[in-house]
Design a protein around this ligand. Structure first.
Ligand code: UDP
Length: 313
């Protein structure tokens, strides 16, 4: 298989490349503009004969003959995607058009990394794929949310118009090794703050909930989706249905990293969803998938990763 991973130097992309190169029958092309991805994430992979890195922004077209395309390119943490909202929207919309054009030309299957953000500040809980969402089209999260929604639309329209092979998964909050310690997401922030003995920054009163999936579990679901039959197009939710308030998460982090850190409360960002938990019935039925690693265990692994990273610096 010739496999293209866009955003391949990012958190999810690099974990995926690492998994795909293990099969010597695969040739993996990792494409990234390094806006939020890092060469550090793929340093070991660059030594392998079946891995190549191409520095490219998917907003611009590219011609590459491949069998499978995992479209993971897009900054995903709110501070990162809000830095240049116009480029974020272009990454989702122009990016998926460029990938779908490749899929159409070479008969490749295109798997789009969509997101729980398509549900916005959900009014249905937990969120099944049939829920259409509650998204603000004009807010500071819209560049990401609406871009990802438009990308889904394009996938299904290319499928209907040209028969392009498409698959869409909606990824809920995921964490694990290779997550940028500075990207501003809650788990990377809390763990790094606790490791430095700094206070943990809780936004709002911390009663908002999220469901956190360990990256290895997500990778298994992604690969099962890509290698499922052509009739399985999705969208399919992938995430861990274990739901925690941000306060509960902070307490668990402080339990695992005892020290002098306390909680400090900061303003809740605009349009921050109050409650999020995936309904993963469809992933179970279509892919036989469910996550296995509970938050406590995944946190231990991510804490070990960040400790090692700090020791290297
Ligand atoms: N959050 C927080 N402290 C932080 C970073 C995030 O309390 O230092 C909150 C944030 O407001 C949100 C939740 O944690 O309610 C998850 O935020 P993240 O940016 O990780 O992901 P997303 O909002 O996209 O789910």
């Amino acid at each position: 298989m010739r496999i293209l991973v866009t955003g391949g130097a990012g958190f999810l992309g690099s974990n995926l490349c690492e998994r795909l190169v293990k099969d010597p029958g695969n040739t993996v092309y990792c494409l990234d503009n390094l806006q939020t991805g890092s060469l550090e994430n793929i340093k070991e992979l660059q030594k392998l004969p079946n891995f190549s890195f191409i520095k490219h922004d998917i907003v611009e077209p590219i011609d590459l003959d491949v069998d499978q395309i995992y479209n993971a390119a897009c900054p995903a943490s709110p501070p990162a995607y809000q830095e240049d909202p116009v480029h974020t929207m272009k990454t989702s919309v122009f990016g998926i058009i460029n990938m779908l054009e490749l899929g159409r030309k070479y008969g490749a299957t295109v798997l789009q990394f969509s997101t729980s953000e398509v549900y916005g500040d959900a009014l249905v809980h937990p969120q099944p794929e049939t829920y259409w969402g509650n998204v603000n089209p004009d807010g500071i999260r819209s560049c990401y949310d609406e871009g990802k929604r438009a990308a889904e639309t394009l996938c299904f329209d290319y499928n209907r118009m040209y028969g392009t092979k498409v698959k869409v998964i909606r990824i809920f909050n995921t964490y694990g090794p290779k997550m940028n310690p500075w990207d501003g997401r809650v788990i990377s922030n809390f763990v790094n703050q606790a490791l430095r003995g700094e206070d943990l920054t809780v936004y709002g009163d911390g009663s908002q909930t999220r469901s956190f999936c360990f990256v290895d579990d997500l990778m298994e679901g992604l690969c099962r989706m890509m290698n499922s039959g052509d009739t399985v197009k999705g969208p399919v939710n992938l995430g861990n249905p274990g739901e925690f308030t941000i306060l509960e998460l902070a307490e668990e982090v402080l339990k695992q990293i005892p020290g002098k850190s306390r909680l400090v409360f900061k303003d809740l960002p605009q349009d921050d969803p109050k409650q999020r938990r995936p309904d993963i019935t469809r992933a179970g039925e279509l892919l036989g998938w469910q996550p296995r690693i509970p938050l406590r265990e995944g946190l231990e692994r991510v804490i070990a990763y960040y400790r090692e990273l700090m020791n290297k610096q």
